[in-house]
Ligand binder design. Structure first.
Ligand code: BGC
Length: 751
């Protein structure tokens, strides 16, 4: 029998196409040659741990890859895609060996279709040793810097591709509407415009060079849709989101990413409005494909077809679950620890319950992606991509982005920046911990394995010691976040009497997904107790929060002089924090979410007018019910910025006219600085209850000490519409106000 190779076949067809103008697509012809088993195999994604010495459930324990299991998957089940590590991060050489081993087997099969490897390279290349880790999205959002977001994605794409991996399960485009949700740190915060703008830059950064290039990877927008606002705040639990809210808050970032050319999408493991998303034809086919126009490939999240049966209970059997998911519109199943998907889907096709045309459509999307990624031309790791790994410029990017992400929340009596010739007592578990600085997806899934971080990584204590020496720095925090002694003050009164400043490093240790579920947003009690003991020392006191979500600090924050929210700043985070504390970098970050003061008051800044009303007694009401600890957009600087002469170019505009906002921004200080500017619109009355305000534009302005500048911003009808429940854009006549901090002005839109 003639042995067809997909590569030879495609090359042959290419010449046929060129010479004979065969009207049929090359991939279609390849699909015609495939058996049902081969097609279903292409739609199957298996976990590397399952092909190793024992099953890996993301547990971080290193497993040996088993060649026999690998062969069985590829030869017998025709598996088209593999994901994940079987342990923690691998060296680049090990990745190349693994991928070569996989492709050797794939290319020895009759069709020679290469395997597509998918990986989570979140905030940098999670699973390659020596990669550069950047701030998590929540910190990136605080930078309000789309250029930096693009550069980070481009660097991540290069390091991923250098590792031999061409498909990245990133970015998270879920909107962080619920700060309890343990994946809040993976979001760009609570505002849909901010998420859309920065998320789109990540998509572009991954894909802009062209998927076949050695500097690009296929992106995967995730998790479509409504994952981020679970009622309970717990991961993978049900959300109830009206169609209006879905359109206004959750869909825009995915629509923007689709328009920016995202190649693939991953689906929300959970359910919205009582419907598991993996089983929803309405959401996956009618909405994602037909209405939003997504043409790329749809992959499930981890085990989510099986879970339609085992967790959601909408399928009485695992076989029925496969049918429901395929009918809904899934292209590829991240099975990932069994071959059950293959067995059931083959059976469903053979029994006629799923048509072969239906699976052909999915297989085509998968093969087109492989072709676009250049896998048919060069299935093996590209040796010359390795030169793009570990470049010095990534370190500078990591440092600059971490610096720009820092948010100065409080600076009583200008306690910050600190003088450099004093004595500092460092307290709190975050002072000496790489995991806390890097958070989830950092060389392991949970990111909590201190020993797998590169030995060049620095904790905050390392940086303090390096810059100031033992004479000026007192600290006995252990390299184990939860070590009980980290929550005590283990110095004598005499030792403490020499201290000028106490710096507390509190927040959270690394966690990912469900293990990060909490019942209370309030900071853990042992940290609150430590803060209170530190305050009782009666020194100038600074709090640095290293955390992925806003843990409530209301119990003690009024007694703290200076507060910096550092989020999860990544591999250069310690340096960035110390730079900000001592004024080597003038902070400019602004909150991408509302920092609540109380766990029972989790309003987002863009709440409805109803929530803005406060009734303190019968018949007694006031407006302004938004009383968080810190507002969306808050963030101080060591410079003093003043906005004046705020005006609009017109009182009234017609639908097709622009309106210009202008104001003077002055740096009224002796320090050069940068100011993040958020521009909000308030729609006074609308046929669907409007939000109190919505972010429509943001920018950064850098000004030398004493300098001033006129800032001009144009807005138009694209900033004034809202969505109804069908996703139609409504633009209504009426009054609108524009806000920049406390400044505002009103105009009228004529229709
Ligand atoms: C997560 C996804 C991730 C996948 C593969 C899942 O548990 O929800 O975001 O891409 O695992 O690792």
């Amino acid at each position: 029998m003639t042995k067809y190779s997909a590569k030879h076949f495609l090359t042959f067809l290419f010449f046929c196409n060129a010479l004979c103008f065969i009207g049929q697509d090359q991939i279609d012809l390849l699909i015609e040659k495939m058996t049902v088993e081969q097609k279903v195999g292409q739609m199957t994604q298996i976990n590397l741990g399952f092909l190793s010495s024992s099953v890996d459930q993301h547990d971080g324990k290193v497993k040996q890859i088993d060649n026999e299991k690998l062969k069985r998957a590829i030869e017998n089940y025709h598996v088209g895609s593999i994901l994940n590590t079987a342990g923690t991060a691998y060296s680049i050489e090990k990745w190349h060996r693994i991928l070569t081993q996989i492709q050797d087997i794939a290319l020895a099969t009759p069709l020679e279709i290469p395997v597509l490897y998918g990986i989570d390279a979140i905030h940098g290349v999670t699973y390659t040793k020596g990669s550069t880790l950047f701030p998590h999205n929540i910190g990136l959002a605080a930078t309000r810097n789309p250029i930096i977001a693009n550069q980070i994605a481009a660097a991540t794409a290069k390091e991923t591709r250098a590792s031999g991996l061409r498909w990245n399960f990133d970015p998270v485009l879920d909107v962080g509407r619920n700060p309890l949700w343990p994946r809040f740190c993976e979001t760009f915060g609570e505002d849909p415009f901010l998420v859309s703008t920065l998320g789109t830059e990540l998509i572009k950064g991954y894909e802009q060079d062209g998927l076949s290039e050695k500097t690009a990877v296929a992106s995967c927008m995730k998790h479509f849709i409504g994952y981020s606002d679970p009622k309970s705040g717990k991961d993978r639990t049900e959300a109830y989101i009206s169609d209006i809210t879905l359109w206004q808050k959750h869909i825009p970032s995915f629509k923007a990413a689709i328009d920016a050319g995202a190649s693939t999408v991953m689906i929300n493991s959970s359910m919205i409005n009582d419907v598991p998303v993996h089983g929803s034809y309405k959401l996956l086919t009618e909405l994602l494909r037909n209405k939003l126009g997504f043409k790329g490939m749809i992959v499930t999240d981890w085990e989510d077809i099986i879970r339609l049966h085992s967790r959601h209970k909408i399928a009485a059997t695992p076989r029925e679950a496969v049918k429901i998911a395929i009918d809904a519109g899934i292209d590829m199943s991240m099975v990932p620890n069994s071959f059950s998907f293959c067995e059931h889907l083959i059976d469903l096709v053979k029994s006629g319950e799923v048509s072969e045309d239906r699976i052909d459509a999915s297989v085509k999307r998968i093969l087109v992606l492989k072709k676009d990624l250049g896998l048919f031309d060069e299935p093996y790791p590209e040796k010359d991509a390795v030169q793009n790994f570990g470049l010095q410029e990534y370190q500078s990017l990591a440092l600059n982005s971490a610096r720009e992400s820092m948010v100065l929340l409080k600076n009583e009596g200008d306690v910050l920046p600190l003088p450099k010739n004093k004595r500092y007592l460092l307290l709190g578990p975050g002072a000496n911990c790489l995991s806390a600085l890097n958070g989830c997806w950092s060389y392991s899934w949970q990111g909590d394995k201190e020993d797998v971080y590169p030995n060049t990584s620095k904790t905050i204590l390392d940086v303090f010691q390096e810059r100031f020496g033992d004479e000026q720095v007192m600290c006995d925090v252990k390299r184990d976040y939860s070590d009980a002694t980290n929550f005590n003050i283990n110095f004598s009164d005499e030792e403490i009497s020499n201290v000028d400043y106490v710096i507390l490093f509190l927040g959270e240790n690394a966690y990912a997904e469900s293990p990060g579920n909490i019942d209370d947003l309030t900071l853990d009690q042992n940290q609150i107790d430590l803060a209170k003991r530190a305050i009782a020392l009666d020194k100038k006191i600074i709090l640095v929060l290293i955390q992925g979500r806003p843990r409530i600090i209301n119990d003690f924050s009024e007694n703290i002089d200076g507060i910096v929210n550092a989020f999860l700043p990544g591999s250069m985070g310690a340096q960035a924090i110390v730079d900000v504390l001592f004024g080597d970098f003038n902070p400019s970050g602004t909150l991408p979410f509302t920092y609540p003061a109380y766990s029972g008051d989790l309003l987002t800044y863009d709440h409805k007018n109803l929530s803005a009303m406060v009734r303190t007694a019968p018949n007694k009401k006031t407006y302004g019910g938004y009383h968080p600890a810190f507002k969306f957009g808050d963030g101080l600087s060591y410079s003093d910025f003043v906005i004046s002469n705020f005006k609009l170019s017109a009182d009234t505009i017609n639908v097709d006219e622009k309106i210009q906002i202008s104001f003077q921004l002055k740096n009224n200080s002796e320090r050069d600085g940068t100011k993040n500017i958020d521009v909000f619109i308030k729609d006074h009355y609308a046929s669907l209850a409007p939000d109190v305000r919505n972010l429509k534009y943001f920018t950064k302005v850098s000004l030398k000490a004493g300098a001033q500048k006129e800032v001009r911003i144009d807005l138009d009808k694209n900033d004034l519409f809202f969505f109804n429940s069908k996703g139609e854009k409504l633009l209504e006549e009426g009054s609108f106000s524009v806000f920049v901090e406390e400044q505002n002005a009103t105009f009228y839109l004529n229709k």
